[in-house]
Structure formats: C-alpha cells, structure tokens
Ligand binder design. Structure first.
Ligand code: COA
Length: 337
C-alpha cells in the first residue's frame, strides 16, 4: 500500500540496509558445454572469462530465486516482510506473462503492505530500478523497498547455438532500501539511457504481440535469445565508460574516492577493457563472471552481495554500479554504502 502523506524533507535518503543473493545448486562447466556444442574451455574462458554457470531445475522458477535472495536481504536488514512498502523485480525471464514476478514474491514473503511490479530493462534492469525507487524514497512517498534482479536465462537459451549458450546463467540478487533521515549516506546519483534503434543486437522475439503464440513462427529460433555478440561488445565498453565518467563528474568524485565499481557481468574482457579506458585499478573492479556467467539483471546485486559478505565493500564506501543490456539500455548508480 502506497503512503498517502509525503515527507519531502531534503534529508530523506534511500539507504541500502540489506543485501542477499541466491543461485541454484546445479552447475554447468565449460567442459560440460564442450560435450554439447563445438566449443572448448579454452575458447570460452579466453573470450569471456566464464568457467561455470548455475542452472535452474524444471521446478525452480524466477520468483523462487527472487524470493530466496529477498529473504536473505531482509534478514541482513533486520526488516520484517510485513513492513515492506514496495517490491520491484527486474527481469526479462518472468514467472509468466502476467501477473508480474514481483506479485509472486510478495505472496511468498507475505509482504501484505507492499505494492509490486516488474521492470523489463534487461541487464540494466537492476540499475534502472534503483534509480526509480531512489526517487520515491527521497520524495517521501515510500519508507522501504526490496529491489531484486532475478533471471532464469537458461530457460530461453538455445543450447545448439555455441555463440550464445556459453554466456548465460541463472540467479537472483536483492537489496533492501530504507528511508533514513540525516543518514549522510545512500544512493547519491543515477544516470540511465536507452537507444531502441539497436534492439536487434539482443532480443528474444517470441511470444509477444509481434509474434503471438497463435501464429507459426517464421524462424523457430525466435523463442530463444539471439545476440550479435560483436556489436554488443563494442557498444557495452563505450556505454560503461561514459556512464561511470558521468557519475564521477556529476558527483565531483575521483577514482581515489571510489572503493569499488561493480559492473554487470556480461564478459570479463568487456569489463577489463572499460576499466582500462577509465584507468581503474584492478582491485577496484569486481569480477565474478567466472562462477556465474551472465545473469542479466541479477549480476550486479549478486556481485554486490558477494563483495559485502566478503568485506570487499564496507559501510561508508562509495560504490558505482554500472550496466548495459538489451534495448539497448544502460545506466549507473553511485552509492555511499
Ligand atoms: C559472444 C562473444 C564471446 C563472441 O566473441 P567474439 O570474439 O566476438 O567472437 P565472434 O562472434 O566474432 O566469433 C569468432 C569465431 O569464433 C566462433 N565461435 C563462436 N562461438 C564459439 C564457441 N562457443 N566456441 C568456439 N568457437 C566459437 C565463431 O563461429 C567465429 O568463427 P569464424 O571466425 O570461423 O566465423 C563476444 O562477442 C561477447 O561476449 N559479446 C557480448 C556478449 C553479450 O552479448 N552479452 C549479453 C549482453 S549484456
């Protein structure tokens, strides 16, 4: 239920008070993939940095992963699900066409007071969601929210296409945001963008209104993700560099002020190439794609949770989240944790 009264105090801050993540237990290695398509551990690792990825079983759905990550984030924050004001799930692999995945999470958590909806901004979905929720909390419209990135991309993977099936994995990450007054920390700034002229670079076309289930597909592969890897690669590097530069300039920060940049994990080489252009030292760039592959909207919150739990990020640190994905979309958030 949305708050009826607004508290527009400029001291309202949207503070991340909890984080959590969850991945399914089944692991698919590069060696496993080499038995399925014409590829090798050497090729995959050298081009992408990926070694393994986690796969959902038939019984494990996006809402299930999201709920497990959410429980961990709520526990970290010490917040009761019943007190939540909003649940946002960033996903391109929703539980079903409708209702939203967020409504299933709301039901599973028993978060009776929360309104709930999904955001479909692909790999940028988590960063987009933080930007939106940040505004609602700072405007005094909301006291608390769960923002979750959750994906089961392996359910829309073409396991015969070696150029895409090596890339993706399943998982979920979540953060709890709470309105704090005079906290002196929280989400400081976000930048977001989109360019629909490049929609063909990354897509999954069936079954939407353009290719409804009632009509036979001209190409049966349209039920799977399709990517133009090289095109994505070049754009991703440029957009990540521009978004991080925008964050630094807008907030008057230097790289010395930033403890960690957490990029969407799409390809270790893309992240390293962007980091090099930004002159970011290696220890300030977190990469865990070797274990999870590309988990789209889930990758930033999974990486953030890992950093927090392994004390790579501490209270008061300045952290930049940055993402690029289908649409094409991109964005970044500056957080004082
Ligand atoms: C997908 C990606 C790893 C491919 O790497 P690349 O260096 O661009 O490779 P190319 O697609 O140009 O293919 C080079 C060759 O490798 C081959 N190849 C493709 N996948 C292969 C695989 N898994 N194993 C072995 N060979 C492979 C190609 O067939 C091609 O062979 P050819 O030269 O004989 O035609 C890389 O482009 C990438 O990571 N792109 C972005 C990923 C992405 O879109 N993520 C989702 C969005 S966030």
């Amino acid at each position: 239920m949305e708050k009826k009264t607004e508290d527009r105090s400029p001291t309202n801050r949207a503070v991340i008070t909890g984080c959590g993540s969850f991945v399914p237990s089944k692991i698919l290695t590069n060696e496993d993939l080499a038995r399925m398509v014409d590829t090798s551990d050497e090729w995959i690792n050298s081009r992408t940095g990926i070694k393994t990825r986690h796969l959902t079983s038939d019984e494990e759905s996006t809402a299930y992963l999201a709920t497990e990550a959410a429980k961990r984030a709520l526990q970290y924050a010490g917040l009761d699900a019943e007190d939540l004001g909003l649940i946002v799930v960033a996903t391109i692999t929703p539980e079903m066409v409708f209702p939203s995945t967020a409504c299933f999470v709301q039901q599973a958590l028993g978060a009776k007071k929360a309104w709930a909806f999904d955001i479909g901004a692909a790999c940028s979905g988590f960063v987009y969601s933080l930007h939106l929720v940040h505004q609602l909390i700072e405007n005094g419209r909301l006291d608390s929210a769960l923002v979750i990135g959750a994906e089961t991309l392996t359910k829309i993977t073409n396991w015969k296409d070696r150029s895409s099936c090596i890339l993706f994995g399943d998982g979920a990450g979540a953060v709890v945001l709470q309105r704090k007054q005079n906290a002196g920390r929280g989400i400081l700034y976000s930048t977001v963008g989109a360019d629909g002229t490049f929609w063909e670079a990354l897509n999954c076309q069936a079954y939407g209104s353009r290719h409804p289930v009632s009509r036979p597909l001209d190409n049966p592969d349209k039920v799977y993700m399709q990517i133009k890897g090289r095109e994505v690669y070049q754009q991703a590097v440029r957009r990540i560099v521009d978004a991080v530069t925008d964050c630094l300039e807008h907030c008057g920060l230097t790289l010395d002020d930033v403890a960690m940049v957490i990029s969407h994990q799409m390809n270790a080489r893309i992240i390293e190439s962007a980091a090099k252009r930004l002159n970011l030292p290696e220890e300030k760039v977190f990469i865990n794609i070797q274990n999870y592959g590309n988990t789209s909207a889930a990758s930033v919150p999974i990486a953030f949770d890992e950093c927090v739990r392994h004390s790579k990020i501490k209270k008061g640190d300045i952290v930049i989240f940055v993402a690029f994905g289908a649409g094409v979309t991109w964005g970044a958030n500056v957080i004082e944790f």
